[in-house]
Design a protein around this ligand. Structure first.
Ligand SMILES: [Zn+2]
Length: 85
């Protein structure tokens, strides 16, 4: 067993930072493992991807800063309840 179990909080914050990236870096390996084992984070990631896809489908030339900010705000709202568990 590893002492370096990552917390849901770590996962959520890491995903926030890497919104536009796939979880491919070695640094993300633990995150990925956690997501596969944690229903909360899995559900979160799923809803996050849905949110991002909604913005991608939006008939706007390019995702603006304000659109990105809206995504981040909706993410923060989802993170809040998890943090207080
Ligand atoms: Zn988790």
């Amino acid at each position: 067993m590893s002492d370096q179990n990552i917390l849901c909080e770590d996962v959520l914050e890491h995903i926030c930072v890497n919104l536009d990236e796939e979880l491919n870096s070695p640094n993300c390996e633990q995150i990925r493992v956690h997501i596969n084992e944690c229903p909360d984070c899995y559900a979160y990631l799923k809803s996050l991807k849905t949110t991002i896809n909604l913005y991608k489908d939006y008939p706007s030339p390019c995702p603006s800063e304000s659109a990105k900010r809206s995504i981040e705000e909706s993410i923060l709202k989802k993170i809040e309840p998890l943090r207080h568990k």
